[in-house]
Write a protein that binds this ligand. Structure first.
Ligand code: ZN
Ligand code: ZN
Length: 250
């Protein structure tokens, strides 16, 4: 059993297909005993996403809410097979936590396995991407063995996404293969709810725990299973807030 202390991929009412304010989400996280909540709303290329000013103004929330430490982040959209994202580097650099994901409205059409492999190899080299979002989708299947080696080399966190059990079920068999490749190549992973509601914040993690326990994943590589593991990855990613977060969690 992994003691989850943080959720590193969550959404708020800033997009209308999510339903709770950051205040309600943080309160819910506090009641679950979480110490950290990353706010990662959809970046601007996604229909229904907040304006870029949302991301520029995240720090106005303050670092803690209901006793929970906030990570100011985004779920950036991968826009092309060269790994381009829809937020400027200058803003990505300032953030605490950037998830990069493929969403079909931002990358229309299917990708060949080679294209998807090249896309993630390019994202792996982006110093301002912390986490690889729900990459198990069948439409964008890539070479797990090859790419997880690049993720491991660059300390990228590969997320296991609990919302995939609700909205991307075709990729669940792939998720098992991806976990295995991550395990064999020494990747960092996180268990993320990708919650669009407080109910999902509470319920989306349980199926992921089962997946990790099946392979007996080493806890020090599950970045949201302890404050030490989380601060370690923030430091590895040279995040400017790593020491501040470390101080708050010590
Ligand atoms: Zn997503
Ligand atoms: Zn999301």
């Amino acid at each position: 059993m992994y003691p989850i202390i943080a959720d590193l991929h969550t959404h708020t009412l800033s997009a209308t297909h999510a339903f709770h304010t950051i205040d309600v989400m943080a309160d819910s996280a506090a009641r679950m005993g979480y110490r950290v909540l990353a706010v990662t709303d959809h970046a601007p290329a996604m229909p229904d996403a907040p304006h870029i000013w949302h991301f520029q103004n995240l720090t106005s929330l303050g670092r803690q809410l209901h006793g929970v430490t906030l990570l100011f982040g985004a779920e950036a959209n991968v826009m092309d097979t060269a790994g381009g994202l829809d937020l400027p580097q200058s803003l990505l650099r300032q953030m605490d936590w950037v998830v990069a994901s493929i969403h079909s409205p931002c990358l229309p059409g299917l990708l060949t396995r080679r294209e998807a492999t090249n896309l993630w190899l390019a994202v792996a080299e982006n110093p301002y991407v912390d986490c690889i979002g729900h990459s198990e989708q069948e439409n964008y299947r890539y070479d797990y063995e090859l790419v997880t080696r690049a993720f491991a080399r660059n300390h990228k966190v590969v997320e296991l996404n609990g919302n995939s059990f609700n909205v991307r079920r075709d990729g669940i068999p792939n998720m098992r293969k991806l976990v295995r490749a991550c395990y064999e190549n020494g990747c960092y992973v996180s268990l993320d709810s990708d919650a669009h509601t407080t109910r999902q914040l509470r319920e989306n993690i349980a199926p992921l725990l089962t997946l990790l326990e099946e392979v007996d994943y080493p806890a020090d590589h599950v970045v949201n299973s302890s404050a030490a593991a989380l601060v370690n990855i923030l430091r590895l990613h040279r995040r400017g807030s790593a020491e501040e977060i470390g101080g708050l969690l010590s």
